[in-house]
Design a protein around this ligand. Structure first.
Ligand code: NAP
Length: 497
């Protein structure tokens, strides 16, 4: 299952897992950090420690890169026929499917995700990604070209080498496995550094791939903080960095990688606009407006956090969205009825609070819903928050909050709606609601975004590439484009005369 709208099935109850301490995964084996340091992992729905993981640093990154380097330079993986690599990924998809409940429980307790959604969105898409790239590996091929001189000329797609993958806390599984599936299908080896707040599922995925037949050293995992990430970017044994995270860290990584001309793909932040035109199907548009900012507790890079509404509909839509937002079931992620869980970490919650405080001192701004924490089980809960009356150049409208916070602004003309939508530094996603087909195409072509949704929001599929424009980054994940990010093209020209 790949789409977010296929989530209406009955969900089997899932219990909180009992956890053992996590270790690094290097060269096909679990091991402690060289420093022996460990880091607590917190359940964001209770604020309590649930386990510890090894706190890797530059020494562990070095060991992991050496393992990945040896596996690339000497190992069989890059020379394994692409279709056999694809079979390993497809076997991994099946093993993940068999271990769905375990992965749902781990991802939910680690990131505070509602189990009902984790099953469909996080684990469902992880399976779909491995299946997709497992299949796509079969189609890896070069081309023959005609030249102006006598020759046999052809291109060969080749793996890049050792990939350093650095991933964020909001979709720990999906955002790591999209890199892993594509990079491995292409024949690369890897070192993955997951976010320090959400490291648990990365270790299980490495073990599953080993069980599926991935040779030792091809995928290594170093849990640890930004220091480990920085060491990975700087390591001379790493040939490319695949990064998903904030624009600030992405900028720093691009700068560091630039020193050694190391290629980087950057999937960065967003502040995406969703436009409701006067002729929209209002039931759909209001539903998507709510979903657009509460999905994953607003911790969605493509969250529709700026709602732009045709002025005649402004009051109706604002009241409807604010009224309904408070009714979305919020609470314990292990309750199958829960739709909104906690924010994934204490520092992320504090950031959301700081942003909403800005609205209280903004002349003309009004908080129509939310605007406060929710005191529940000691967890990091924040009420879905709807704000009107913010100036377009205010920080709350321009910057990424990364929580369930929506601003709503009116517009008078199509040109104004497009200008407002394009007015931030970001260019990740955008959406519009209209019944006018001409307008749908016209506005979609004018929106500065890597993905545009019409009469829906948030639909992603492994076959459809996504990625950013402007300060939302560069490079694409998903689709054949996502595979191409992990390949070099070699030209071979053989003189025939
Ligand atoms: P973040 O703070 O940028 O961290 C992302 C990853 O980078 C983490 O693993 C982090 O480690 C690591 N890191 C931190 N400093 C580093 C450094 N100097 N060098 C190398 N690595 C470093 O992002 P986040 O708060 O986890 O995630 C939220 C952000 O990700 C949002 O901006 C969101 O929009 C973006 N995002 C983008 C997409 C997309 O596809 N465009 C998807 C999801 C999320 P620690 O966790 O240990 O600090």
């Amino acid at each position: 299952m790949t789409s977010r709208e296929q989530g209406n099935e009955a969900v089997a109850p899932i219990s909180r897992p009992s956890l053992t301490d996590g270790s690094l995964f290097i060269g096909g084996a679990r091991r402690d950090a060289v420093s022996q340091r460990r880091r607590d992992v917190i359940d964001p729905s209770t604020g309590k420690k649930i386990t510890t993981v090894a706190e890797g640093d530059a020494q562990d990154v070095d060991a992991a890169v050496r393992a990945a380097r040896a596996a690339f330079d000497e190992g069989p993986w890059r020379h394994t026929p692409a279709r056999e690599r694809g079979r390993v990924l497809t076997r991994a998809a099946q093993l993940i499917r068999e271990r769905t409940d375990e992965l749902v429980a781990l991802e939910s307790i680690d990131a505070g995700k509602p189990v009902s959604l984790t099953r469909i969105i996080d684990v469902g898409n992880t399976i779909a990604q491995f299946e997709y790239y497992g299949g796509l590996a079969h189609s890896l091929a070069g081309a023959t070209r005609q030249t102006a001189f006598p020759s046999m000329a052809y291109t060969v797609p080749e793996p890049i080498g050792v990939i350093g993958a650095i991933t964020p806390f909001n979709f720990p599984l999906i955002l790591s496995t999209v890199k892993i599936a594509a990079a491995l299908a292409a024949g690369n080896t890897m070192v993955h550094k997951p976010a320090e707040d959400t490291p648990l599922t990365a270790l299980v995925i490495a073990e599953i791939l080993a069980e599926a037949g991935l040779p030792d050293g091809v995928l290594n995992v170093v849990t640890g903080g930004g220091e480990a990430g920085d060491a990975l970017v700087r390591h001379p044994g790493v040939d490319k960095i695949a990064f998903t995270g904030s624009t600030a860290v992405g900028r720093a990584i691009a700068s560091t990688a630039g020193e050694s001309v190391k290629p980087v793909t950057l999937e960065l932040g967003g502040k995406s606009a969703q436009i409701i035109f006067e002729d929209a199907d209002l039931d759909v548009a209001i539903g998507k407006a709510i979903e657009g900012f509460v999905f994953n507790t607003g911790q969605f890079c493509m969250g529709g956090t700026r709602l732009l509404v045709a002025r005649p509909l402004f009051d109706t839509v604002s009241k409807a969205v604010a009224g309904a937002a408070g009714g979305v079931p919020l609470g314990d992620p292990f309750d199958p009825a829960t739709v909104i869980g906690p924010i994934a970490g204490a520092r992320h919650l504090e950031k959301v609070e700081r942003y909403v405080e800005l609205a209280r001192s903004e002349p003309g701004a009004e908080i129509l819903a939310g605007g406060h924490r929710i005191d529940l089980n000691g967890g990091y809960f924040y009420a879905p928050t709807v704000i009107v009356g913010m100036a377009n150049d205010s920080r709350l409208v321009q910057e990424e909050v990364f929580g369930p916070v929506l601003t709503i602004q009116p517009f008078d003309t199509e040109d104004e709606a497009v200008a407002l939508a394009n007015s931030t530094q970001y260019g990740l996603a955008a959406g519009l609601h209209t019944r006018d087909l001409n307008r749908a195409h016209r506005v979609a072509s004018r929106l500065q975004a890597g993905i545009v949704w019409v009469n829906t929001w948030g639909m992603l599929d492994p076959a459809m590439p996504f990625g950013g424009l402007k300060q939302s980054g560069y490079g694409r994940e998903y689709g054949p484009e996502g595979l191409a990010e992990y390949l070099n093209t070699k030209s071979v020209i053989i003189a025939t005369a």
